[in-house]
Design a protein around this ligand. Structure first.
Ligand code: PMP
Length: 356
């Protein structure tokens, strides 16, 4: 750190993203990206003519994409806010809505804690139940902004819409943010509830189901008022937050919903296959509605299995946090990738059994 760093950031513990290795080719199952390329419609739309406009700033209103998103999700354009990845939307929500503090689970998306820290927000960290489910009562009338990833990460587990609604209803004076990054893989979206509750903000991303993690595009759906608040933060931070090519890609992707829905079905099938195979190997796998699973085995520590998989060209995610350090979070890839993963895990476990 330099001697110029502002004291208020000196002790910040920054978010550590999953590895994006350049040293060798891995089967990459560590950052919940899609194994499929973007829609052919995206390839067609991001063309030379669009590249030829890059000397001009993009539309700061993201008008055309906003309109299309509103149509797609059955809301008004005024209910849509678009961010540079959903991380930016979440960051802005922490900035805008946490005057009374924030509440989130102990095991959830790690960035919530970092955003709270970054903005000096008092954070109430609420332990998940023993089985890693959320206890909705813990959030009722909590008197601060609530952040819930649904399905949760890294567990993949889902909270029912009834429970989400009860939490939203019991906190009318605070915003409840439901982070639906993984909702397209079998989850239930709370978007309809945003029409009923002005304190609900649903956050979504193009990074997972729509195969556009590299484009950095996320958005939220919420009341006109809270959307206006997010716009205020954006225009005070980075008005041109979405680049031209990503705006084009995002709109083209919405014109080809079938492609991404078919891919989600494939991921769900591959998830069920992987769960079955790992359970047969003696793994405990949490019930996932996401494009990843969270699994552990008594036969080897999470850390060791992570390392051995990496040595053998397969990257998964391992967290060192005590409560979950025996688990691996495994992104669901193509059928071939999941077959290779299962075969390699089997080989590693058998090798270990021989060594004993
Ligand atoms: N929310 C959750 C729960 C996530 O796991 C992620 C991905 N790391 C994000 C939000 C952010 O995704 P992005 O910024 O790529 O939209």
């Amino acid at each position: 750190m330099s001697r110029f760093m502002n004291d208020k950031y000196a002790s910040l513990e920054e978010y550590v993203p999953g590895e994006q290795p350049t040293d060798m080719k891995y089967i990459k199952l560590n950052t919940n990206e899609s194994p499929f390329p973007p829609s052919p419609a995206v390839f067609k739309a991001v063309n030379d003519a669009e590249i030829g406009k890059l000397e001009l700033y993009p539309d700061p209103e993201c008008g055309s994409l906003t309109k299309k998103l509103a149509e797609t999700y059955g809301v008004e354009p005024e209910n849509i806010f678009i961010g540079n990845g959903s991380d930016e939307v979440l960051n802005f929500a922490f900035m805008a809505f946490c005057q009374n503090g924030a509440a989130f689970a102990d095991i959830t998306y790690g960035f919530y804690e970092v955003f709270a820290d970054l903005h000096g927000i008092d954070a109430k960290v609420i332990p998940l139940k023993e089985d890693f489910s959320i206890c909705p009562q813990d959030y009722m009338g909590i008197g601060r902004a609530v952040f819930i990833a649904n399905p949760n990460a890294p567990t993949g587990m889902q909270l029912s819409l009834e429970d989400i609604e009860a939490i939203v209803k019991s906190n009318p004076d605070n915003v409840v943010v439901v982070d639906e990054a993984y909702v397209d893989f079998g989850g239930n979206s709370a978007v309809e509830l945003t029409k009923k509750y002005d304190n609900l903000l649903v956050v979504m991303t193009y990074s997972k189901s729509r195969s556009l993690a590299g484009g950095r595009l996320g958005f939220s759906i919420g009341s006109k008022e809270i959307t206006t608040d997010l716009r205020k933060i954006k225009y005070s931070t980075n008005p041109y937050n979405i680049n031209r090519l990503t705006l084009v890609a995002g709109e083209a992707s919405l014109n080809d919903d079938k492609y991404y829905k078919d891919n989600c079905q494939k991921i769900i099938r591959n998830r069920e296959y992987t769960v079955k195979k790992l359970e047969a190997l003696g793994f405990e796998v949490l019930p996932s509605k996401a494009n990843f699973i969270f699994a552990r085995t008594d036969r080897m520590s999470g850390d060791m299995l992570y390392k051995k998989l990496k040595e053998n060209g397969i990257l998964v995610r391992h967290f060192t946090k005590e409560r979950i350090n025996d688990y691996l979070r495994i992104t669901i890839g193509t059928e071939e990738q999941m077959q290779a993963l299962v075969a390699m895990i089997k080989k590693i476990l058998e090798g270990e059994a021989e060594a004993r």
